[in-house]
Design a protein around this ligand. Structure first.
Ligand code: AMP
Length: 127
């Protein structure tokens, strides 16, 4: 693992309060906010507060507390959205785009939580 975190990325600036965001939920370990260009009626981004480039960086380098705290925050976001199937929610998709193949635009780990409609196939056939 050899990652260099760019602290000038847009989500780092959001975490430092240098640019605004529409906060949905905040915990000690995570910030959840509305995606600026929503791809579904519900489109929330959940980011860890620590400087992690992507999911494998986070999974390998973050502390147990950060991993638990971030994962719990995702659970809290789903609960606040009311999308959990266990509570009659309609379900959701959680996506972590990573690197070139994943077409990741912002080099700070973020989990997209998408819902509000049936989202279709994960990857369109033939793409
Ligand atoms: P990804 O391709 O997974 O890196 O997605 C980055 C996401 O960040 C896209 O869905 C963008 O619409 C979103 N995004 C970029 N800048 C902002 C911003 N300032 N506030 C909220 N969402 C943003």
């Amino acid at each position: 693992m050899n990652y260099t975190y760019d602290d000038q990325n847009v989500f780092a600036k959001i975490l430092r309060g240098e640019i605004p965001n529409k906060t949905f939920l905040e915990t000690e370990y995570a910030l959840a906010f509305e995606d600026i260009a929503p791809q579904a009626p519900i489109h929330i981004l959940v980011i860890p507060k620590g400087p992690y480039v992507n999911y494998d960086h986070f999974a390998n380098a973050a502390s147990d507390e950060e991993i638990v705290g971030f994962t719990r925050a995702i659970g809290q976001v789903c609960e606040k959205l009311g999308v959990q199937p266990s509570h009659d929610g309609m379900g959701y998709r959680a996506i972590a785009n990573t690197g070139d193949a994943g077409v990741q635009e912002v080099p700070h780990l973020h989990i997209h939580i998408l819902s509000g409609r049936v989202l279709g196939r994960m990857i369109p056939k033939g793409s």
